[in-house]
Ligand binder design. Structure first.
Ligand code: ATP
Length: 358
């Protein structure tokens, strides 16, 4: 299994920017996801790795080999696309065997490898079926088998679940993750779905407007978003502009307006943030970090909306000039109603500080 390194990759389409200065090192065996909204540059980056696009600037390495100019069919990669890209008139067996025939393997070798791949994706006995006789989920598993049967160094998956309905998407997601862990194959996954990204990946690269916003583990991205875009794209967050009032080695005290002062841990700040030079910052507070128990940072608010989901009670609470989303996970407590007063606490560790500038 190979590692993938993109060194300062920029891709322009005429004057239009595809991606700019993408610099990443994907480790051997890693499940690495490109996540971001439509048009952020995920597919362009993937196509550069596959060799379908050549970068305008920068270099691509597989391990230590510079493969920037190498043709796609010389890169030993397996690819699965959103629309499967199978040959509809051919059988399951013929589709999976295609890459092996191109490589001129003997028919007995082909037969054994294809059968093994079929077994791997739970399609034993389906060899003679036409693609048109399969469900969407089965077709996607044929595409996966076809990509894996050539024993690629790297597996590239471009929104492979988006044509499947919700239940099948869930099953196939788990299936892909299982295969990846069993094979230990370096996998690069493109999606705009944060749940997919969070649940499958070792690390995620969040992109916006052709640029990297943040690279990290799902926990890092969720708990320590570097900016407004990441905090709001991944999960729900209360994002509040605040003035820094006091700064010590350990704590940051901020004023969020309406006479409300909050105190948080200085270590909960993105590294590029130098509070001393910044009079205002953005706070990110996750709804589930706010509680009704005891603790620091007491806030009093009025319920605007309440919702019981079974797992949690969700409130929108007016606190000073702000409307906060609050998620009470202990759903056995009494559900308050619109107009009721509620006392909330935000633990110091539940406030994350972001720079306004980035
Ligand atoms: P989606 O999820 O919608 O596929 P994406 O994140 O994969 O989006 P890209 O397809 O990589 O985004 O596109 C990044 C940017 O590059 C967009 O602004 C897009 O318009 C532009 N772009 C991509 N391919 C081309 C092309 N062949 N010619 C011109 N512009 C392109």
């Amino acid at each position: 299994m190979k590692s993938v390194r993109l060194e300062h990759i920029t891709k322009k389409f005429g004057k239009a920017k595809g991606v700019e200065d993408v610099d990443i090192h994907i480790k051997s065996g890693e499940f690495f996801t490109f996540l971001g909204p439509s048009g952020c540059g995920k597919t362009t980056t993937l196509r550069i790795i596959a060799g379908f696009y050549f970068p305008t600037e920068g270099k691509v390495y597989f391990d230590n080999e510079d493969i920037t100019g190498l043709k796609p069919n010389k890169r030993n990669i397996g690819m699965v696309f959103q629309n499967y890209a199978l040959f509809p008139h051919m059988t399951v067996f013929e589709n999976i065997a295609f890459g092996l025939q191109v490589r001129k393997l003997s028919s007995s070798e082909i037969k054994s490898k294809v059968e093994k791949a079929q077994k791997f994706v739970h399609l034993e006995g389906y060899g003679n079926r036409k693609i048109t006789e399969l469900s969407g989920g089965q077709q996607q598993r044929v595409a996966l088998a076809r990509a894996l049967v050539i024993e690629p160094d790297i597996l590239l998956l471009d929104e492979p679940l988006s044509n499947l309905d919700a239940k099948l998407r869930e099953e196939t997601r788990i299936e892909i993750k299982r295969l990846q862990v069993e094979l230990g194959i370096t996998t690069i996954y493109v999606t705009h779905d944060q749940h997919e990204a969070m649940s499958m990946s070792d690390r995620i690269m969040v992109m916006d407007k052709g640029e990297i916003q943040q690279i990290g583990t799902p926990q890092e991205i969720y708990n320590k978003p570097v900016n407004h875009f990441v905090a709001s794209f991944i999960g729900e967050s209360n994002i509040i502009k605040a003035d820094v009032k006091n700064l010590t080695d350990t704590h940051v005290t901020v004023d969020i307006g309406g006479g409300i002062i909050l105190k948080g841990l200085r270590e909960n700040g993105s590294p590029m943030l130098d509070y001393a030079n910044e009079d205002s910052v953005l706070l990110s507070i996750r709804p589930e970090m706010i509680n009704t128990g005891e603790g620091a940072n007491t806030l009093t608010g009025i319920i605007q909306l309440s919702e019981f989901t079974g797992v949690s009670i969700n409130y929108i609470v007016k606190v000073g000039d702000h409307e906060l989303n609050v998620m009470i996970v202990n759903a056995r407590t009494k559900v308050l109603e619109r107009g009721d007063t509620i006392t909330l606490h935000v633990p110091e560790s539940g406030i994350y500080f972001m720079s306004e500038k980035r």
